[in-house]
Design a protein around this ligand. Structure first.
Ligand SMILES: [Zn+2]
Length: 422
């Protein structure tokens, strides 16, 4: 007989997404959410200790749990969303660039005019660690209210040793202050800072010889990422950085083949990256190499929306058998932190099925940050990060598009947000 701390019962539909902690979902598996009708979940010490129908679970309870059971009729329970690609920490905001964009300037044109990422670079260098942390806090809080229980967050707006360290320390502080978990990624190779203009190889030396050792000495980041793109870091420079990161035991992510087909997908596969992200222009050979290497394809449709470009070919990737994940790419140039919006775009613009989009935002996203043993599904022993949506079934989540349908958010077994008040 069990004695849970928290009991959730009468859940209209409970999507467990069980059975994929070892390997991410591919092809038709993406549509299979393992739904229990009239479901219940028992939680103890922050972990899930039982999952089943309300009848099954209540018959196993020895005595009343510390809290009365919370009932969720006509609602949909999912594992908390995992936003596996964000640039959560930065100084300032970029609504002025947005106005330039409305005048028809491209991302690269704005960058060349000293705007874009360079605006954010200045504001981030000028900000204190505390200011960066409090700026990120308000966005992280909004993410939590919209069901995102784990956030991958990158550095990459400091672009020198001290400011990259400052950004990652701000993330570390943030992690202590908010219920959502933060997974940190070092992205020193996000852009070439103006003081290194025309000297990209020397900047790569700085990243390799000084930044990576400084970051790893302080254990500030689990992943290393590179913006492998024409006019930024080419394949050879990206390889140098990622090889160096590997020798310091960092896991690898790559911003790959977003704007031109450069071979980022091939590099990600070659280097054993956990994920390659964007992939709008990735070659078929690159995608096939990723599939063989087990690299997750993380798609970021809100970026395509904000840049008004084409979308990644999700249907082709799913049919090829690539494990697909979805993330917001929240950043000062794509100022939307909602997984509901990302899911809606995935369905309306990339023709993903809502069930596929849910798998891509939970268990496959957990694989994209190497957390699938602990997160991404509602299964025995996993951390109780659960969201309950005012949504009768999985299709409704995208059909009623881009609206926050969260009723209750549970992190580590505690109710951290509810529409009805705590
Ligand atoms: Zn990004």
């Amino acid at each position: 007989m069990m004695k849970p701390d928290l009991l959730l019962t009468n859940i209209g539909q409970l999507a467990t997404l069980e059975g994929h902690s070892e390997k991410p979902k591919i092809k038709d598996e993406l549509k299979e959410l393992s739904i229990i009708t009239d479901g219940a979940i028992a939680i103890k010490d922050g972990k899930i200790i039982a999952v089943g129908t309300t009848k099954e679970i209540t018959s196993e309870i020895s005595e009343e749990p510390a809290l009365p059971a919370i009932e969720f009729p006509n609602m949909l329970a999912l594992p908390g969303f995992i936003d596996s690609h964000t640039h959560l920490v930065f100084g300032g905001s970029r609504e002025k660039d947005f106005a330039m964009k409305l005048d028809g300037k491209s991302y690269m044109e704005i960058l060349e005019a000293g705007g874009g990422i360079l605006n954010t670079l200045r504001a981030t260098r000028e900000a204190t660690k505390e200011e960066l942390c409090s700026n990120a806090f308000s966005y992280a809080e909004s993410m939590l209210a919209q069901g995102t229980t784990t956030i991958e967050a990158k550095s990459g707006y400091g672009l020198n040793v001290n400011d990259e360290v400052k950004m990652l320390q701000a993330l570390q502080e943030l992690h202590e202050k908010i219920p959502n978990s933060i997974v940190s990624t070092f992205l020193g190779a996000h852009a070439i800072p103006p003081e290194y203009k025309g000297r990209t190889d020397e900047y790569v030396d700085l990243v390799v010889n000084q930044m990576i050792p400084a970051i790893t000495d302080k254990s500030l980041a689990e992943f290393c990422d590179v913006f492998c793109e024409e006019g930024v870091f080419d394949v050879e420079q990206s390889r140098r950085i990622l090889e160096a990161a590997k020798t310091h035991d960092m896991k690898i992510k790559v911003h790959a083949d977003e704007i031109v087909q450069l071979g980022g997908a091939e590099l990600a596969a070659e280097i054993g990256a956990v994920s390659a992200d964007h992939l709008l222009q990735a070659s078929d050979d690159g995608l096939e190499a990723m599939r063989k290497a087990g690299t997750i394809a993380t798609l970021l449709p809100a970026t395509a929306f904000s840049l008004d470009t084409e979308y990644a070919n999700a249907r082709k990737m799913i049919e090829m058998g690539l494990p697909v994940a979805l993330a917001t790419d929240f950043n000062p140039n794509c100022a939307n932190e909602s997984m509901f919006f990302t899911i809606a775009l995935a369905c309306y613009k990339m023709k993903m099925h809502p069930r596929e989009a849910i798998s891509a935002s939970t268990i496959n996203a957990a694989h994209a940050i190497d957390r699938a043993q602990d997160l991404g599904s509602i299964e025995l022993g996993k951390r109780a990060d659960i969201i309950i949506l005012e949504c009768p079934n999985p299709e409704f989540i995208a059909y009623r598009f881009a609206v926050n349908q969260v009723h209750t958010v549970i992190v580590n077994g505690e109710v951290v947000h509810t529409r009805l008040g705590p």
